[in-house]
Design a protein around this ligand. Structure first.
Ligand code: CMC
Length: 373
């Protein structure tokens, strides 16, 4: 019988995972059993990172120890900074963050042999260290592009407050910190998406965590995946104003363009993270008095729903939210990296703990056997 080929591995169940459950029928996403909306409402990003890695929410004492370590690792070391400084200001921030993670891996002295590369305790420590350092990398890159000095981390601030402080040189209003923290929680984990699967493939060869994260960053960069939050902003800027949304969409669809921020491989009836992120966006719109942004957002969503019945995904509300917070558009996907590194590393550790080399087959479609005459 002819081999069935599932292009893009669509619908293929590749392994089990205990980290998150995506249920398209009920339009839900759960991290370790908790609905993501509930986590976004009641927890901090630090608590969610702990949950993803350890399987349970932390007790007060566990959280304190976790936060103390995270806060002690926020510094951008001189070596990584020097490498970033060598990169042109025109480098895409995703290339900068990919390079920086690679450098952190290259100088990790605990990577001594093949056993230490996949050691569970060391990997847990490396995961938390990467989570702690990514804000410094992203913030520094944003600042150097604006010709501003590096801001040192503050260990009296939460993850999100410190991230924004290091980026903008001040701690913004609580509304802004909360909206940002919600986005970090919602982006943290999403089962076997392309970048996470990439990380698992790399880990399955018994390679190290930094190599897996570096590869995952490469996968996330593409506009069909994480690059969409950046692309959404370009779309909204192209549309311009709410009254132009319908006509713009008509032309874009006629040109067979994919509308960024809409559609999903798994959710065909709406992305469960969108209402929570949209509510966070609305708080930012109110804070910065930008009703025009919300009108534009609603107009394009309405046009897309009535024209194609394709619903927004998380990148649709998070793009304009990051814009209102003040990030450059091409910094949006690195923000996704800072969050998703928690999910990636949870999967890296899960893969390493019960490993099987990931190595599928291909049906050959080239020329039949031939010989050099
Ligand atoms: N704009 C226009 N048409 C679309 C879109 C879209 N955004 N999404 C799906 N369609 C159409 C698609 O062209 C196809 O039409 P037809 O049957 O006439 O060829 C139909 O809907 C079914 O789509 P599909 O190609 O089977 O969907 P897929 O599962 O291969 O693609 C997707 C999923 C996310 C790649 C796609 O929806 C897309 O390109 N969206 C825009 C990029 C985007 O927002 N990506 C973020 C994904 S979610 C968060 C993340 O990972 O970062």
């Amino acid at each position: 019988p002819e081999t069935e080929i599932r292009k893009g591995l669509a619908g293929v169940v590749a392994d089990t995972t205990a980290i998150s459950k995506v249920n398209p029928e009920t339009n839900s996403l759960m991290y370790r059993g908790y609905p993501v909306q509930e986590l976004a409402e009641k927890c901090t990003f630090e608590e969610v990172a702990y949950l993803l890695w350890h399987g349970e929410l932390p007790t007060g004492e566990q959280l304190e120890a976790f936060q103390n370590f995270e806060r002690s690792q926020r510094h951008l070391d001189a070596g990584t900074r020097r490498v970033i400084d060598e990169l042109p200001l025109s480098a895409h921030p995703m290339d900068v963050v990919r390079t920086a993670v690679s450098v952190i891996g290259a100088v990790d002295e605990t990577l001594t042999d093949s056993a230490s590369m996949i050691d569970a305790d060391l990997n847990m420590q490396r995961s938390l260290t990467l989570m702690a350092k990514l804000p410094a990398i992203v913030a520094y890159d944003q600042r150097r592009r604006r010709d501003l000095e590096l801001v040192e981390p503050r260990d009296d601030l939460s993850y999100s407050a410190n991230f924004l402080h290091m980026t903008f040189g001040e701690v913004p209003d609580l509304v802004v910190v909360s909206a940002f923290d919600v986005s970090m929680i919602l982006y943290a984990e999403h089962s076997f998406n392309a970048s996470t699967f990439t990380a698992r493939v790399i880990t399955s060869t018994l390679s190290d965590l930094y190599s897996a994260v570096t590869g995952a960053i490469g996968a996330l960069k593409g506009p069909l995946h994480g690059g969409a939050n950046e692309a959404v902003m370009h779309v909204l800027e192209e549309v311009g104003t709410a009254d132009r949304a319908e006509a713009w969409l008509e032309t874009a669809l006629a040109e067979k363009r994919k509308i960024m921020g809409f559609g999903h491989r798994v959710y065909k009836n709406g992305d469960s993270r969108v209402p929570t992120m949209k509510a966070a966006l609305e708080t930012l719109v109110a804070k910065f008095d930008r009703p025009d942004m919300m009108e534009l957002y609603d107009a394009l969503e309405m046009a897309m729903t009535s024209r194609k019945n394709i619903k927004p995904n998380l990148d649709y509300p998070s793009g304009p939210a990051y814009n209102l917070i003040g990030f450059d558009t091409d910094m949006f996907t690195p923000l996704f990296v800072a969050s998703r590194v928690t999910g990636w590393t949870a999967h890296i550790m899960e893969q390493a703990a019960a490993n099987a080399l990931i190595r599928p087959l291909a049906a050959y479609s080239g020329v039949e056997e031939r010989h050099i005459s």
